[in-house]
Design a binder for this molecule. Sequence first.
Ligand SMILES: Cc1ncc(COP(=O)(O)O)c(C=O)c1O
Length: 352
Amino acid sequence: MKASKAETPAVLIELDIVERNLQRAQQMADGISLSLRPHIKTHKLPRFAQRQIELGARGITCQKLGEAEVMADAGLDDIFVSYNILGASKLKRLKALHDRIQIAVAADNNTVIDGYSAAFTDSNHKLSVLVEIDTGGGRCGVQSAKKAVKLAKRIKASEGLSFGGIMTYPPRGEISDVNASLSRAKAALLDAGLKVKCVSNGGTPDLRFAGDVTLATEHRCGTYIYNDRMQVSYGHCEISDCALSVLATVISCPAEGRAVIDAGTKALAADFCDAPGYGHVLEYPDALVQKLYEEHGVLDFSACESMPEVGDKIRIIPNHVCVVSNLFDSVHLVRNGLIEETVAVAARGCLV
Ligand SMILES: Cc1ncc(COP(=O)(O)O)c(C=O)c1O
């Protein structure tokens, strides 16, 4: 079926662009001997995780246990959950995963480590824990090298845990600060007699400079598979590198230059980026996706020479694609304008 005939709103994924994005990143990483551990929160599809591994990724990253469970069920067997896992039931699920695949987790505080320590006690089958360092991003992560050493020692002292190294989710455009924080942490850990097996860095915005983070042994990129308008505004890619679009139908043209589509925040997500509006209209690059309600999108075509009519379909590159993946039960995989397959987004809604 022609992709343009799909019921709307719908997600279209251009397979040739996906493949190009994946190959480009893997070749870049291979060229600088950096391992990739792609973050699957962007696509949430086992088939793309498998393709990332086939192309050379060392393993995958998941943010949530639920995502890791879906990926493990599909045969992915080396997963880093880049998150602090807390609470008895989650620790039980983590243990079940650890019993069947290679899994590592993050920690940036004593409470989380003590939870891991109580749940994992087998010195012959240790859980690998990476200490998260805040390199300027201002989210999770220890604030000093001294604190990293303290946590790493606490991990090492636990019978069922092993210290797996350090990880960070870096701020964009701050490579020298990221390098400085990671070097301070690594030096302090080595001084304390702790081996740092892995230094895990991440992100798509600075993927092209990944080699400049000289200490990193692996890179966790997520958005690079689809790309989005935010990554275009960061200079990571061009609109032509964006693989995912939301197909929408014009349902009303109530005033001059204004069209309303059947896609709002529940299809496009409400994220902002450096460019104005909520997305880029492929057929009308000068149109502004001005306002989103839940189920309505209001577009301003006053800067365009023409505009669509009621019933016409348009494709919109969202500002932030990872959120959009989580909004749809299924996505259409497209090549040459035709839908090759429609697949369920297996890890959709896996927030727990
Ligand atoms: C811990 C962690 N690693 C890696 C990524 C991947 O980043 P990006 O989507 O910019 O490639 C994210 C994104 O949120 C993240 O939180």
